[in-house]
Design a protein around this ligand. Sequence first.
Ligand SMILES: [Zn+2]
Length: 139
Amino acid sequence: MNPTGGALRGTDPLYGDGTFGATRRRKNGTPYSHEGQDYLATLGQDVVAVTAGVVSRIGFPYINNTHFKYVEITTASKVRVRHFYVDPASGIVVGAPVVAGTVIGTYQSLQSKLPGIPEHVHIEVIVGGVAVDPRQFIP
Ligand SMILES: [Zn+2]
């Protein structure tokens, strides 16, 4: 299920492309791959679980920054799905079961971290330790 109901994030001049596998560059120029798929979001909106499973982690996307969070849900078949930039709702704690569409929290604006970026939720799907294209799972 789409986590925000928004469109796929396309390309913008400041930050590039939100598509899974898009090439990014570190400040020193080293290329790397965008390991998630971005979905446009609006300020303060609810974010829903893209799949059923159990909350397996509340994590932090950025080193030395505890404001931004992600919610990881592990499915019955051990696929890990991470929903980035979400302030978890009450009850969304490790061990809590969810179904697809359960509200897991509120979208956190990225503007303080990445000024000018289109607001979006970043979804990562990890199968056997490897990031795969979330669009396979989110029609
Ligand atoms: Zn992303």
